[in-house]
Design a protein. Structure first.
Length: 85
């Protein structure tokens, strides 16, 4: 209930219905596969954007220039390899 929300005071909480097109919960992205590169181990909030950290430590910025599409149904995140180098 509301009494249990004390530790969350001041935190930004997104309800599923409030997510706009092109937005995902970080928890939805962890465990997804970037084909040919690996699995998302965690999502890190960097100063300018969020970053996907793969199991091998590879970092991928969560920006439209780097991400082609996120497909939650197939469990894959497709990246633009030419942008990543």
């Amino acid at each position: 209930g509301i009494a249990d929300a004390g530790p969350l005071r001041g935190e930004l909480l997104l309800v599923e219905d409030e997510l706009r097109e092109g937005e995902w919960l970080a928890s939805d992205l962890v465990g997804l596969t970037v084909p040919g590169m690996g699995e998302v181990a965690r999502v890190v909030d960097a100063p300018s954007c969020s970053v996907l950290e793969l199991g091998d430590g590879t970092l991928i910025p969560l920006v439209s220039d780097a991400i082609e599409r996120v497909d939650l149904d197939s469990g894959e995140i497709h990246v633009k390899r030419d942008f990543l180098g």
